[in-house]
Design a protein around this ligand. Structure first.
Ligand SMILES: Cc1ncc(COP(=O)(O)O)c(C=O)c1O
Length: 398
């Protein structure tokens, strides 16, 4: 029987290679192997206790119905207050939209922005869901190859050719996944000005704000009120499973976001919204947790460099190191980091993410290491990686 084909759009959507890594991790763990997991993309510390307490109170009051499409007003106000405290930017709470994760916010943002074939610039390497969501909504992702000289971020120079061919939008992720690098303030300001001058719009994914080590990240909202800000509770607030994010949109977008949210999601999860009201009180507690990541970061970068990986730009945000493994591959004989990852996991029990998950530009020679875990785990991972490399290298016969 012919049941018909699935949509051509969905056929173009790529699964993540890291899912294969995670499946292999599960298989090996089921066999009793201990795996050091440096592939994960979420903080390992628990939901802040006051958030859990607020969730219990909310359940006791049976706050389990839909909320307004744009979100609970107190939470929208709390987000607006956060922008005043963190960035000294005054935001009318009516411009804050509470969404089901930043992932939900992206569907809304691309949904209100894109017509068929509209082009959106994204950095390569970059977060893999962007091109997939852009394609799903009929847009065209335009990958801009970025390297260490521009901190792996869009820059006025790298963006210009794409802009000259017309762009509906440009996406900035600072700090970046997978590189952990921040866009320099001047570049952020210039990129926003260039894109807006050509009639496009900047979408700024600020999900890793708060997880920065040497300097704070500036919000795109400090430079323009026409940008779309995307942020949420998953990373700094350590609430990945609560599926809660927010966007801040220009007033002209409000009516469209509201009707799209009604149609796609009705509202963000109610329990999570009431729980998140307590999240903004936990800043000091969260910053303490993040100090462990900073320690891990300094150790991991130094240790990887000692093992022959190139890390030309120090990551100063998020919890990732994006390492160039070309010198290591030349010595171990692996054709790319995909096969390297596979062998490292099977032989030494260390899970890392291959660069191919993050685009095409030099992806086969890069690896992403996550240090959102205990220092003990990071040290154990490095020790096993060192052993793996020594075993894989041709023996020195001199
Ligand atoms: C850059 C970036 N944006 C967005 C997300 C999605 O986050 P959320 O849990 O809020 O959907 C992630 C998750 O890893 C990410 O790395």
């Amino acid at each position: 029987m012919n049941h018909g084909r699935w949509s051509q759009r969905v056929e173009k959507i790529q699964p993540f290679y890291v899912m294969e890594v995670i499946n292999a991790v599960k298989r090996l763990e089921a066999q009793g192997r201990h795996i050091v997991r440096l592939e994960v993309g979420e903080p390992d510390f628990p939901t802040p206790p006051p958030v859990l307490a607020a969730a219990h109170r909310s359940l006791a009051q049976d706050q389990t119905r839909y909320t307004a499409a744009m979100g609970v007003m107190e939470l929208r106000q709390a987000v607006a207050d956060w922008y005043l405290r963190q960035y000294r930017v005054s935001v009318d709470p009516s411009r804050v939209v509470i969404t089901p994760g930043t992932s939900g916010a992206f569907l809304l943002a691309f949904g209100i922005l894109l017509d068929w074939g509209d082009r959106v610039a994204i950095s390569d390497p970059g977060y893999p869901c962007y091109p997939n969501m852009i394609r799903l909504l009929g847009g065209q992702p335009v990958a801009v190859a970025v390297g260490p000289e521009e901190h792996y971020q869009l820059s006025p120079e790298s963006l210009r050719p794409a802009l000259e061919q017309g762009l509906k939008g440009a996406l900035i992720t600072s700090p970046s996944n997978p590189t952990g690098t921040l866009i320099p303030d001047a570049a952020l300001e210039q990129v926003i000005a260039m894109v807006e001058q050509e009639g496009g719009r900047v979408i700024s994914d600020e999900i890793y704000h708060g997880i920065t080590y040497e300097r704070r990240a500036r919000s795109a909202l400090e430079f323009s009120q026409e940008v779309i800000i995307i942020n949420g509770f998953s990373k700094f607030f350590a609430m990945t499973g609560w599926r809660l994010g927010w966007m801040i949109v220009p007033p002209s977008a409000l009516r469209h976001v509201e009707s799209l949210q009604q149609n796609l999601f009705i509202s963000a999860p109610t329990l999570s919204q009431y729980a998140a009201l307590a999240a903004f009180e936990c800043e000091d507690w969260l910053r303490q947790q993040i100090q462990v990541f900073d320690h891990n970061r300094l150790y991991l970068v130094a240790a990887l460099r000692d093992l022959g990986f190139l890390i030309p730009v120090m990551p100063t945000g998020a919890f990732y190191v994006y390492a160039d493994a070309s010198r290591v591959l030349a010595r171990t004989g692996h054709v790319d980091t995909l096969t390297f990852c596979h062998d490292l996991l099977e032989r030494s029990g260390v899970a890392v993410t291959p660069g191919l998950d993050f685009g095409h530009h030099q992806a086969g020679t890069h690896l992403r290491f996550s240090f959102a875990t205990t220092t003990e785990n990071v040290r154990e991972g490095i020790s096993r990686l060192g052993e793996f490399l020594r075993a894989a290298l041709p023996q020195d016969t001199s």
